[in-house]
Design a protein. Structure first.
Length: 95
């Protein structure tokens, strides 16, 4: 009984820890986007310069979110697979 509780605790702790880390990655990404936005707004831009920095801001946001999004997707996918394996294992033990 205690062994099962330990296994379940490790599984849920790993799940919670990975989601906290993913949330922190996302918060860092948001902070970086805010800082870039503030830096651009401090510059006296007009006309083409304003459009160029706006395009840069969008491309920077997308290019920096891709690694963060990939990491979050990988963790969530891994948790779903492990949960499915656990359900199959439990079902096979009950049969």
């Amino acid at each position: 009984m205690w062994k099962e509780i330990e296994i379940e605790f490790k599984f849920f702790f790993r799940w919670i820890a990975s989601q906290v880390i993913n949330g922190l990655f996302f918060l860092v990404w948001i902070a970086i986007q805010y800082i870039v936005s503030q830096l651009i707004s401090l510059m006296p831009l007009s006309g083409l310069d304003r459009w160029m920095f706006w395009a840069f801001q969008i491309l920077f946001a997308i290019s920096t979110f891709i690694p963060v999004g990939a990491y979050i997707y990988r963790d969530i996918h891994k948790i779903i697979r492990e949960t499915a394996r656990e359900v199959q294992r439990t079902n096979s033990e009950n049969v």
